[in-house]
Design a protein around this ligand. Structure first.
Ligand code: NAP
Length: 282
């Protein structure tokens, strides 16, 4: 079984991105700038933002975090986003989710100018991805896609099954796999007999949020399984896939932690650089 080492792949991607930033610096006398807006004190969000800032700096980006208290009003955040949209030294804007209840997520996402939307959540980027135009691609599915291509460069004709249909993971993942000519099935909480759907698949992407949902007898021999899940349990962080069982059947599998997670952050850096390049050529 191939253990898909996301930590190693993310490290190589960051190295490549660092070289690219050096080249861009020579060409434009400027480097990409990422600004993250963090609202409130949620511990996981604080950790994610710290890791994003660390990676951005490591690769040579200008990186900045703007922090607001939990009770900040929506107007203040929207005004800040509009200022960042206009700011020429910023190429990427990210508002860390989840947001406090009194702040409208859709309004926030819609206010970020699409060319600086490093998360790829703006409807313009979602539309561009689904119509096959250039766009920012949500970081986690992009990371899954890059890992998948590493173990299986030719995905054409493969049966791919995605568990979960969120805007963050399942839906953009389906677009990426369709573009690769996979036959894609998207499943969700109302899907009947998920096990038999899984048994048909050459590729399974599990993005559900249920610890160890996918069992060994759910997967076809020699399938490729990408586990997006990050679930906190008494026994630590586990994925949506039963690693012990599935590793005995699959051809390749991502571990949790150390699989998709590190690629997500590396892809955020990639997206920031790609936004910078689009801004410079627009
Ligand atoms: P989400 O928005 O809660 O979506 C979960 C999806 O799973 C929904 O579409 C839901 O169906 C579906 N689902 C729930 N129960 C199911 C079941 N029994 N059978 C089949 N499908 C079921 O979650 P998300 O934001 O996509 O995140 C999914 C997981 O990925 C979480 O563990 C999260 O922590 C993790 N994650 C990891 C990374 C990373 O960097 N590795 C990044 C983001 C998220 P309905 O639509 O019908 O409700």
């Amino acid at each position: 079984m191939i253990l898909i080492d996301g930590k190693k792949e993310a490290g190589s991607l960051r190295l490549k991105l660092k070289e690219e930033v050096n080249e861009l610096k020579k060409k434009f006398n400027d480097v990409p700038g990422l600004t993250v807006i963090l609202i409130g004190e949620l511990a996981p969000s604080q950790i994610y933002v710290r890791n994003k800032e660390k990676s951005a700096k490591e690769v040579g980006l200008n990186s900045d975090v703007i922090k607001y208290p939990e009770d900040v009003d929506e107007k203040t955040v929207l005004k800040k986003i509009k200022d960042l949209n206009e700011n020429k030294s910023i190429s990427g804007i990210l508002v860390q989710l989840p947001l406090p209840k009194h702040i409208d997520k859709k309004k926030i996402i819609d206010t970020i100018i699409p060319i600086k939307d490093v998360d790829g959540f703006h409807p313009v980027n979602v539309g561009n991805l689904s119509t096959g135009y250039e766009s920012s691609i949500p970081c986690t599915p992009l990371g899954c896609y890059l890992l998948l291509k590493k173990v299986e460069p030719n995905l054409s004709g493969k049966k791919a099954l995605i568990i979960g249909r969120s805007n963050l993971n399942g839906k953009p993942m389906a677009q990426l796999l369709l573009k690769e000519n996979c036959t894609v099935t998207i499943t969700h909480s109302k899907t009947k007999n998920l096990k038999s759907e899984c048994l048909e698949a050459d590729i399974i992407i599990a993005a559900v949020g249920i610890p160890k949902l996918v069992k060994g007898d759910w997967v076809k021999k020699d399938s490729i399984v990408i586990d997006v899940g990050i679930n906190k349990t008494d026994k630590g962080i586990v994925g949506d896939v039963d690693f012990e069982e599935v590793s005995k059947k699959a051809k390749a599998l991502t571990p949790v932690p150390g699989g998709v997670g590190p690629m997500t952050i590396a892809c955020l850096i990639k997206n920031t650089i790609d936004c910078f390049k689009r801004i410079k050529s627009s």
